[in-house]
Write a protein that binds this ligand. Structure first.
Ligand code: SF4
Ligand code: FE
Length: 481
């Protein structure tokens, strides 16, 4: 297993093409815009090496019997699925941010299960190829980006019907050595500081979309791959001196997402895990999406724990901690956060083995958790804003606080209770501003798929006919079904 330093060191060997603010970035390690995301992902390595977290953050490889970082593990039981959720909550609490590595983990598990089933039907050898890749990932403790979302162009048209055929990643050439792919993937969490990426289709495909039914893995610095890093709320504060105005200055907000372009990229056959089997694209999307939706009552509950903690702190600093309505709002925040956690634990406890032996979550419950996240996180943040007060939107800057002439006015007039310094009060307010606004909220809405994507899955899994029959039986309605 790699430790924190080895992970960061290993990124230096990559020649990843990253663009940000109109410029090519050569050194992401020391760049203020990437450092927080790297710190956050690095914690998945650091904690795995600490004895107190070994149980949650490491596992035994079912392939080699070796101890591995859990983020490269294939779930072997419902206990593994439950540990996943607990590990994510822990990391959410420690970072207050997205630590990015779960997307690739879910891609590993989804690809593992689907390649097995594809081989059973078609006699292909994708699963065997994938096992070799998995061993390589586990042995080198790699961070993988899970690349699913295509830009999608006109949403009413299939991939093959688009005016521009590249709006979904597709195969443009096949030869005896491998395939050549073109297209792009959007919202790529953590990809800038990953080693590898697993590219998957984003929707179910029909026969006419055959060339779009493709799964493969490549290093993120493969020739022809370009990453354009996205902006986040208040990201230019990262170029400023000081740490207070940055809020969660150590770990940032969300994952650090990029638009990743594939300019006729070559992929050797041993790294191709689906190539035209369009009837399995939908299953892969469903597996990946459900695994990823399982996560959200883990990581987002951990992040909510920090938001609730900020609300408790600022209530104390403002001298309102004992007000009954404030206590009640905090109870509500806890209730919402724990409801999310319940859903993630439940979909894990109700997991079951797939034909490959790897365990899958209960998809109805996993989609329900994520649907709740799209609402409850907004409500948790709303309550936090309510408790903190309007000052989160009107605070002077750190530079003003440190200014000799006007700093003392800020010290004096922005003081809360006597025994808490004005600076500490401002620090908590900035953390709240950072964790509860803009980019962070949108991530809760659309990360792991938009609400409507979950509703489609919920409807599909809901078994409404069986529910109707329950009602008809109790009402004494006798008819043939
Ligand atoms: Fe992991 Fe959560 Fe970030 Fe998704 S949003 S990558 S589940 S930490
Ligand atoms: Fe996410």
């Amino acid at each position: 297993m790699k430790n924190r330093e080895q992970y960061i060191e290993s990124l230096k060997n990559l020649k990843t093409q990253v663009y940000y603010f109109g410029k090519r970035i050569d050194n992401i390690i020391e760049h203020p815009s990437f450092k927080p995301h790297i710190n956050s992902a690095a914690l998945t390595y650091e904690l795995a090496n600490m004895p107190e977290y070994e149980e949650l953050l490491t596992a035994t490889s079912h392939l080699t019997g070796k101890k591995i970082n859990r983020f490269t593990h294939i779930h072997q039981s419902t206990e593994d699925l439950v540990k996943k959720v607990k590990a994510l909550r822990l990391l959410g609490q420690k970072t207050g941010a997205c630590f990015q590595r779960c997307v690739g983990w879910d891609a590993l598990n989804a690809t593992y299960t689907v390649t097995y089933e594809m081989d059973q039907k078609y006699g292909t050898d994708y699963h065997k190829r994938f096992l070799e890749y998995l061993k390589f990932v586990q042995e080198n403790d790699l961070m993988i980006a899970g690349s699913m979302t295509d830009p999608k162009g006109d949403r009413s048209l299939r991939p093959s019907q688009q005016a521009d055929p590249d709006l979904y990643v597709h195969i443009v050439e096949k030869n005896d050595k491998g395939i050549v792919v073109r297209g792009a993937k959007a919202h790529q969490t953590g990809i800038i500081n990953s080693h590898e990426m697993i590219v998957m289709p984003t929707i179910a495909m029909g026969e006419e979309d055959k060339d779009y039914a493709v799964v493969f893995a490549i290093p993120v610095d493969t020739e022809g791959v370009i990453h354009i890093f996205g902006r986040q709320t208040n990201d230019s504060r990262r170029f400023e001196e000081g740490e207070i105005d940055k809020g969660n200055y150590k770990y940032g907000i969300v994952g650090g997402e990029a638009l990743t372009i594939f300019n006729d990229v070559f992929v050797p056959w041993e790294r191709v895990f689906m190539c035209g089997e369009f009837d399995y694209a939908g299953l892969l999307v469903e597996r990946f999406a459900s695994y990823h939706r399982q996560n959200y009552g883990g990581c987002k509950t951990g992040v909510s724990d920090v938001i609730i903690g900020s609300a408790v702190a600022i209530a104390e600093y403002n001298g309102v901690a004992k007000a009954s309505h404030v206590r009640d709002k905090i109870v509500e925040m806890v209730h919402l956060a724990e409801t999310l956690y319940c859903g993630s634990i439940a979909c894990s406890a109700e997991g079951f083995p797939t034909p490959s032996g790897a365990y899958f979550v209960n998809p109805l419950l996993a989609n329900t958790v994520k649907q709740n996240v799209t609402r409850y996180i907004y409500e948790i943040c709303r309550l936090c804003h309510d408790i903190a007060g309007g000052i989160i939107a009107t605070l002077p800057s750190e530079a003003d606080l440190k200014n000799e002439e006007i700093g003392p006015y800020i010290e004096k007039y922005l003081k809360g209770v006597a025994d808490v310094s004005t600076e500490d009060r401002i620090r908590i307010l900035r953390l709240i501003e950072n964790m509860t606004g803009g980019t962070a909220l949108v991530e809760s809405m659309h990360g792991a798929g938009s609400p409507q994507a979950q509703r489609i899955m919920i409807l599909r899994q809901a078994n409404l006919n069986q529910k109707k029959k329950l009602a008809e039986d109790l009402a004494g309605i006798k008819k043939e079904h």
